[in-house]
Write a protein that binds this ligand. Sequence first.
Ligand code: ADP
Length: 422
Amino acid sequence: MSQLLLGCIADDFTGGTDLASTLVRGGMRTLQVIGVPQGPLPDDIDAVVIALKSRTVSPEEAVTQSLEALEWLRAAGCQQFFFKYCSTFDSTSRGNIGPVADALAEALSVSFAVACPAFPENKRTIFNGHLFVGDVLLSESGMRNHPLTPMTDSNLVRVLQQQTLKQVGLVAHSVVNKGAQAISTAFNSLIVQGRGYAIVDAIDDEDLYAIGTAVADHKLVTGGSGVALGLPENFRRAGKLGQSETASVLPVIEGLGAVVSGSCSVATNGQVEHWQKTRPSFSIDPLRLANGHDQVAEALEWAKDLIQKGPVLIYGSAHPETVKLAQQKLGVEAAGQIVEDALSAVAVGLYGMGVRKLVVAGGETSGAVVKALQVKALRIGATIDPGVPWTLGLRDDPVALALKSGNFGTVDFFEKALANAP
Ligand code: ADP
């Protein structure tokens, strides 16, 4: 089957991978593209996720980028469109969820769409329109202090209402737990009332599957990756998608393995320490880099022979006090950038040595490495740990990539990923 079924627009990179992974688990062969595709795509795929960086840019810029992505997806023949945002509804009072959803709806001549960020597997649930993160309301979670998108109101009807001129309604859990038919009926009542969006409650995957079924004929769906759980089955029911048990199978890649880590999150620091108990590692230090030490060359020289015997780790990852020190001396942004630049150059050097199975830790670090390796698209494979799949980075000579953001993965993630590499 070579017909594209689902076209997705994600407002950030790792969120795009998360959605793509959900679709692959549902049996859709999925490609994630970084930015609007320039050239032709492989034809053996069912879904495309275009990953933008539109979450915190101005609403005008986010709309422009998203419409450009939509245009590409429409021209490619997609039948349904998905706007993916964060499961904590990350946005400012100006957007960008409302403005982007409005623009996509208008371009598709759609007057009604769901807005459902729920992701129960990661403990994001919605009840009576209120978003919970674990046991607490969104407004009481760490998200209230987010530097770019502080979320201080848990009532998603109110939050979305602030970002759109359309009226926002609610499909409450008392309806959702009656199943897809009841949800569809509730949508119809909201449409009759002139509502443009429905926040839809969901507290478990069963709710999400029911919502998924109820949006089968919606041209536009908006939400977190959770609400995409039910979409593959809709296409299957309509006879458009086969039983693709092999959707997650990537071609076998020959080559060496390595880990590059720029994440300083608690989970990553644990993974680095776990690795160091049994395997070789090399530390990159922003202060030494800033003093003119060519640590990239040093790291590659160190790795050259070792890597023939087994995978190595090259990392900037450090504990908060060390990071703070570097940030005080260099500035927060400069410290981050200098490590990202160094680790990207390390990744390119490792690729040159024959590394074709690369684990990268850190969201920003992953973005930088993918760019440096000139990878334009990722074919999504099997999940290693929730939210992190192996992927095939497409370029002339493809490279398998496991891109892990911050706090994802068990303590032995690096070893486990490499042991399960394609
Ligand atoms: P995460 O997904 O854990 O947030 P990111 O890669 O997105 O990880 O962000 C981590 C940031 O910290 C990157 O910009 C990286 O370059 C930077 N960084 C890594 N090591 C250090 C260090 N030792 N000192 C200061 N900044 C660092």
